[in-house]
Design a protein. Structure first.
Ligand SMILES: [Fe+2]
Length: 468
């Protein structure tokens, strides 16, 4: 039996531009552009791309103004896209794919950043530049109005790290972005950088023997918090020269603690190194400073088996559905001791978002995608979690599969949850997707804009009030 959400893992080759029919009414203040990233192509020639995270990147643009919605989508013309499609075979190493390469090609790929640049994970703005990102640190620049690919974005610096998160933070007070990178070599290290559109400045270099796979990190007002999960690189040499795909070089060690590294944003000093029981996560939700402790919220898993459940074949033919993270609140004691957690609410959460004005600060609301408990299904609901009341509200509709919900604050609003959530939803009943606009206060539907085709399940997007 085909899964009802099969279209979400089916290529979308049609690049279109269209004004979308809108049901309901968009708030008059909602003006700007949502740009989302995710895979648009799941095979090269006759070869399936095995893992969700390796589909060839496609950008989706929703331009919202005066109650109208214009949509367009375009593939990123990366080396992967161009060369793979021209030859009908996979050339470049991705997250869970590794074509046969010569030893020389392997060495070049790891140490000189000869990559396919399939920037499929997220988008960000750096000064006036709009960039699509993956976890190899060579973002692809694009035109935010036409979605035209402009090429690999080059920083004017000498950074050597080979891995970067696709989840940078922005520190409005200090006026720079922050990202975490990993240098892998004879002396591997986590490296924290202050990022501007010109260059990356090293804040801290944290040596580590077996670097963990780290997809995101957290910040507070004064610190950067790096969660080191128990999924660790067993051998840098094997990563460089072996035949295993990137993520297969990391092994989950259930016997070894995870830990939190707390670094001062300004001095780069390591303030605390706090052990906790082994766990895994992709996405942090938020963190803030308390009394001699840091509170850190994260979408967490007991182990890293989730990664295996996200192979496309597993998703479409497997008997089990991928787990969705627990909403965990960790307390990180700054004067010694282990970090402990409590679970907030009864709903699971993934692809979490908050009102970014509260990033690093005490906050009340988180939004995310989730699976209805007991439904035995893929992600099929959106949740709003009130971390103070420990309650959750839910949006759900039969046959509908939503992705990440981006919170857009009402510029005239006072309350933290005054605004809307924008999410792309696959409607499996009609075989098309729509942009859902929810009132973030109560998750009631304000409008939906129907796309004339399906949008494959993506990862992350950002809303910018310009361009329009
Ligand atoms: Fe992510």
């Amino acid at each position: 039996m085909p899964k009802p959400y099969q279209l979400g893992f089916t290529s979308q080759y049609a690049e279109i531009e269209a004004e979308l029919p809108v049901r309901g009414a968009l708030p008059s203040w909602l003006r700007g552009t949502l740009i989302r990233n995710g895979p648009g192509q799941f095979e090269v020639g006759r070869t399936p791309i095995p893992h969700w995270f390796d589909g060839l990147a496609q950008l989706h643009r929703f331009s919202l103004s005066e109650g109208r919605v214009r949509y367009s989508n375009r593939f990123i013309r990366s080396q992967s896209y161009e060369r793979d499609n021209a030859a009908g075979k996979i050339h470049f190493r991705g997250f869970a794919v590794d074509p046969c390469r010569s030893l020389f090609q392997k060495a070049m790929a790891l140490f000189s950043n000869e990559q396919g640049n399939n920037a499929v994970v997220n988008v960000t703005r750096l000064g006036e530049h709009y960039l699509a990102m993956t976890e190899f640190p060579l973002p692809m620049a694009f035109n935010p109005e036409t979605l035209e690919t402009l090429g690999v974005y080059g920083y004017d610096d000498q950074v050597k790290a080979q891995i970067a998160t696709a989840h940078p933070h922005y520190d409005a007070q200090r006026g720079f972005g922050i990202n975490m990178m990993t240098y892998i070599g004879l002396s591997s290290a986590y490296q924290l950088y202050a990022v501007t559109d010109k260059a990356r400045r090293l804040i801290a270099n944290l040596p580590v023997q077996q670097p963990a796979y780290v997809h995101s990190f957290a910040v507070t007002a004064r610190t950067i918090v790096l969660a080191e999960f128990s999924l660790r690189l067993t051998s840098p040499l094997a990563l460089a020269f072996g035949d295993q795909p990137f993520i297969r070089n990391f092994r989950y060690d259930a016997q070894r603690d995870s830990r939190f590294l707390v670094v001062d944003k300004d001095s780069g000093a390591l303030l605390a190194d706090i052990p906790t029981d082994p766990f895994f996560a992709f996405h942090h939700i938020n963190a803030y400073e308390g009394d001699d402790e840091i509170i850190l919220d994260i979408s967490a898993y007991d182990d890293a088996r989730l990664i295996d459940s996200l192979y496309v074949r597993e998703l479409l033919e497997g008997n089990e559905y991928p787990p969705v993270g627990q909403f965990r609140r960790y307390s990180l004691p700054l004067s010694g001791g282990r970090a402990e957690y409590e679970v907030i609410g009864s709903e699971t959460i993934e692809l979490p978002r908050i009102h970014y004005g509260y990033n690093g600060l005490p906050y009340r609301y988180a939004y995310g995608a989730s699976t209805q408990a007991g439904s035995g299904d893929f992600i099929n609901q959106l949740v709003k979690v009130d971390v103070q009341a420990r309650t959750a509200q839910v949006w759900r509709e039969d046959g509908c599969y939503p992705g990440e919900a981006v919170f857009v604050p009402d510029p005239h609003g006072q309350a933290e949850d005054e605004g809307v959530l924008l999410a792309v939803v696959l409607d499996s009943r009609v075989g098309r997707s729509f942009l859902l606009v929810l009132n973030a206060r109560d998750l009631s539907e304000m409008a939906r804009a129907e796309v004339p085709q399906h949008i494959p399940f993506g990862f992350h997007g950002q809303f910018w009030s310009k361009p329009n």
